[in-house]
Design a protein around this ligand. Structure first.
Ligand code: AP5
Ligand code: MG
Length: 216
């Protein structure tokens, strides 16, 4: 199954993708995670991307298209994949379509998640992640047992650089201007499945599974 998770910053794409990996045995391709690893490792791509990411702006299309094209060619994507945070512009969506058709593949479902802006702000300002294993937390909605320490591996929890309120507001504006048009883009292609992102993580996952199985 070839899947795109579409939605604004903080809506729960990463959280839901992690559950879908286990469910379907297909990998998550998060351009945000790949770019953050490149920034951390000071690769040439990371050095180039950092300024855009810290400002809450999009990294240039050609950079992310290259990342995804390379990643989709890996053997673990043969059975399917979950794109999280890509595509984010119409040119990225067009490029993805071309890459996939060159591989004899297509997108099966675009799951479009939505919640209101106040909820997005709460989710993003309270988000924390483990610096060692990457596990995700929220200070109020999914707290670790010991504040600042990962339950799974004991690593330190950190707050993402772009989860400061001013940057979050810019990311939300960028989403509206550049990414939201993809809702009608994929609607017209007949692959859009809209899911309410409000509710428990498990409840949202159940809704996603229902739309993927055509039950709703
Ligand atoms: P990226 O990493 O993709 O960030 P994003 O799209 O802004 O999305 P987030 O990761 O912030 O949110 P999410 O939807 O994954 O939410 P999560 O599950 O963590 O991109 C970062 C940057 O990289 C971009 O700004 C850009 O610069 C660059 N970039 C990346 N891709 C690019 C592209 N294609 N083109 C150009 N540039 C690109 O959940 C958030 C919080 O809420 C967590 O704390 C979680 O625990 C909590 N939570 C989740 N679900 C629930 C629930 N149901 N109830 C309560 N809390 C919940
Ligand atoms: Mg994410």
């Amino acid at each position: 199954m070839n899947l795109i998770l579409l939605g604004p910053p903080g809506v729960g794409k990463g959280t839901q993708a992690k559950l879908l990996i286990d469910r379907f045995g297909i990998p998550q391709i998060s351009t945000g995670d790949i770019l953050r690893a490149a920034v951390r490792d000071l690769t040439p791509m990371g050095v180039k991307a950092k300024g855009f990411m810290d400002a809450g702006a999009l990294v240039p299309d050609e950079v992310v298209i290259g990342i995804v094209e390379e990643r989709l060619a890996q053997p673990d994507c043969q059975k399917g994949f979950i794109l999280d945070g890509f595509p984010r512009t119409v040119p990225q969506a067009d490029a993805l379509g071309k890459v996939l058709s060159g591989m004899g593949k297509q997108i099966d479902h675009v799951v479009s998640l939505s919640v209101d802006k106040d909820e997005l702000l709460k989710r993003l300002t309270g988000r924390r992640a483990c610096s060692k294993c990457g596990a995700g937390y929220h200070v109020a909605f999914a707290p670790s047992k010991v504040a600042g320490v990962c339950d799974a591996c004991g690593g330190d929890l950190f707050q993402r650089e772009d989860d400061k309120e001013a940057t979050i507001l810019n990311r939300l504006a960028v989403y509206e201007a550049q990414t939201a048009p993809l809702i009608s883009y994929y609607g017209a292609a007949g692959v859009l499945r809209s899911v309410d992102g409000l509710g428990t993580v498990e409840g949202v996952q159940a809704e996603i599974l229902a739309v993927l199985q055509g039950a709703r």
